[in-house]
Design a protein around this ligand. Structure first.
Ligand code: A2H
Length: 253
């Protein structure tokens, strides 16, 4: 664990269409507010390659009023942290409008800021921790081994995971090129370590470490405004672009 706080980027993924189950619980409770699932990421420069978003099916999420215009879906824990980071209208105040289990959010259609796939679906992931970030993970299977393996599992067994195959139809998008792994770092590392499923958590932790270091130190952007730039230089720039556009905010814990 790092010694200082972790500086995440909170990505605002606006709800376009609720799943039927989530709509029943949430629609009447949010007034005229726009609602966003908020994903905490350490890799804002990869947002061009989002293909979906993940929640934990057994995690309890809240819908929190940020102000009169917007509400965020995340864990209570994250909402409380946000209330002390100048993100909510009133400091320290958590205004929960609704509560919902992750399983009911699956199938919701949301916007994916900067992504070549402007709208993506919420899908289940087994290893989402309720104690980290917002409990919502945006999925970039080209560069995150966890995301790639989970997407692979879901595509193999959609009925087991109770999802519509069309929700996981978007293929990984090349975003970053690395000298060792080429344009699809995460799938290459998954293959190298012979990972078979998202249950291979030990090997996935190793894959995550390898892919993260390779992308950060040796990666070059292959898409977007900062195409051709080293990842280390592009990362803060993409983050600023997202924040200035109102599509993201700084979130620390
Ligand atoms: B990262 P750290 Cl492309 N449970 O974002 C499990 N994983 C979570 C989480 C939670 N509650 N909240 C966030 N995360 C994921 C992008 C990404 C990420 C890429 C490559 C690597 C990567 C797209 N997913 O993370 O323990 C989020 O996935 C590897 C470092 O705080 C977040 O960044 O280091 C990362 O884990 C935060 O993990």
């Amino acid at each position: 664990e790092a010694l200082g706080p972790t500086e995440y980027t909170g990505i605002k993924m606006e709800v376009v269409d609720w799943s039927e189950a989530a709509g029943k619980v949430i629609k009447d409770k949010v007034g005229d507010r726009k609602v966003f699932l908020v994903a905490a990421t350490l890799r804002p420069e990869t947002m061009y390659g989002q293909t979906n978003c993940f929640v934990g099916t057994q995690i309890k999420y809240g819908v929190f009023a940020i102000n009169d215009q917007e509400a965020y879906v995340c864990t209570y824990r994250a909402a409380r942290n946000m209330a002390y980071q100048g993100i909510t209208a009133v400091r320290g105040q958590v205004n929960q409008l609704a509560e919902i289990e992750g399983s009911l959010l699956v199938g919701t259609k949301i916007k994916a800021p900067l992504s070549v796939n402007p709208e993506v679906y919420v899908l289940p992931m087994e290893n989402v921790l309720p104690t980290k970030g917002t409990g919502v993970v945006t999925s970039v299977p080209s560069d995150s081994p966890d995301d790639f393996q989970t997407l692979t599992d879901l595509r193999k067994k959609p009925e087991f995971y109770k999802i519509d195959p069309s929700w996981c139809a978007f293929d990984p998008v090349p975003v970053i090129s690395t000298p060792t792994y080429g344009e699809m770092t995460a799938p290459a590392v998954i293959k190298q370590l012979k990972i078979q499923s998202q249950k291979d958590t030990k090997q996935l932790a190793e894959a995550k470490e390898i892919a993260y270091k390779e992308g950060f130190y040796n990666g070059t952007m292959t898409i977007g405004e900062f195409k051709g730039m080293p990842v280390q230089e592009a990362k803060p720039r993409v983050r600023e672009t997202l924040i200035k556009a109102g599509l993201a905010f700084a979130y620390a814990e």
